[in-house]
Design a protein. Sequence first.
Length: 99
Amino acid sequence: MFGTIGHVRIKDGHESALTDLMDEWRASIRPRVPGTFLNLFGRSVDRPGEAVFVALAEDEPTYRTLADMPEQDAWYRRLLDHIEAEPDWEDVELEYRQD
């Protein structure tokens, strides 16, 4: 699987709005991404106010297709309203195994 890990600092008072935005992504954009996709979102245990997300597509071409979607870009720009700065990105290639 190919995708990204992102770290963000949530603006004070924006946690609920950010959670709603993540739910909206699952409902409106995820169905347009073909194939297997893993999306995780949570909060750091050791760094209050920091959130972490993992977005993995089945392969790099699928991930790039998502990244190029105008809907994804518009959603991302709305995300920026709820975080203090651009996310720290780490593109990754991971293998998913379920034991």
